[in-house]
Design a protein around this ligand. Structure first.
Ligand SMILES: Nc1ncnc2c1ncn2[C@@H]1O[C@H](COP(=O)(O)OP(=O)(O)OP(=O)(O)O)[C@@H](O)[C@H]1O
Ligand SMILES: [Mg+2]
Length: 247
């Protein structure tokens, strides 16, 4: 049984957006009248290329200012204090120009973890992510999949309240994908709210509590995962699952 099966839905949305709009050169990139991510388990965001998934994540992480609309966290307008308790793993990993260990040490130190404990924590994290033995390697010399795993470990090391993951396993082999999914489920069980974009329907089925399907900048469907995969409510949902939904 997954950790959130049978769990009570939170009454207050952890994340919500209202009247979110982004446009460029006369075309609508994002248009979301209302979306509430109330938990408790991972929200998986699906949709074709260019549907606005990354833009939505960036808005909820406060990285881009929409042309209109508001982002709420725990019933209050998204502010710096919320952002400090969020973490994001980007589609293309962003790493410090330092060693693998230093990338993790940086976030642990920022949280006030003492050096004695940091060393053990770094070793444990690298072990969990299959990067043991690479502590001294320059982070920028890691392979694409290794760099993505380090970015995920660094985000998890922050123990964030909310973790946004943008296609975190798209560059990973099956074994690494499985390891990362286990890390994500563990973080979710510890209480981190996961909001994750993927193109892997199997992964959305394995991890998702609820599914947000995006199409052309809009939310085409937001359903409980079990309902979505059993019988989507919308034509877009049915088209997506049959492989026919494009742009
Ligand atoms: N700064 C920008 N200026 C103009 N267009 C932009 C800008 N940023 C994003 N877009 C466009 O907005 C649309 C949505 O982009 P977004 O990155 O959110 O897509 P996505 O759903 O994450 O797609 P993918 O699955 O390919 O990652 C795309 O058509 C993209 O080209
Ligand atoms: Mg994207």
């Amino acid at each position: 049984m997954r950790d959130w099966d049978g769990a009570e839905m939170l009454t207050q949305p952890r994340m919500a957006v209202e009247n979110l709009r982004i446009g460029r050169n006369g075309s609508t990139l994002l248009d979301v009248p209302y979306l509430a991510l109330g938990g408790p388990g991972p929200t998986l965001i699906l949709g074709p290329n260019g549907a606005g998934k990354s833009l939505l994540l960036r808005c909820m992480h406060g990285l881009i200012q929409p042309d209109g609309g508001t982002v709420w966290q725990d019933g209050a307008l998204l502010g710096e204090d919320h952002r400090a308790r969020q973490a994001m793993v980007f589609q293309t990993p962003v790493l410090l120009r330092r060693s693998v260990a230093a990338n993790l040490d940086f976030v642990l130190r920022r949280q006030g973890v003492r050096w004695g404990s940091r060393k053990a924590r770094i070793a444990a994290l690298l072990d969990e992510g299959g990067l043991a033995g690479k502590e001294r390697q320059a982070a920028r010399s890691l392979s694409g999949g290794e760099a993505q795993r380090l970015a995920i470990l660094r985000a998890l090391a922050c123990n964030p309240e909310i973790l946004f993951l943008d296609e975190p396993t798209s560059a990973l082999d099956p074994a690494a994908t499985q390891a990362v999914e286990a890390l994500i489920l563990r973080a979710s069980a510890r209480g981190t709210r996961i909001v994750m974009v993927t193109h892997d329907v199997g992964q959305a089925r394995r991890l998702g509590h609820d599914i947000v399907l995006m199409q052309a900048g809009r939310v085409a469907e937001h359903s409980q995962a079990a309902d979505f995969f059993a019988a989507p409510r919308t034509a877009a949902g049915r088209a997506y699952l049959s492989g026919a939904l494009v742009i």
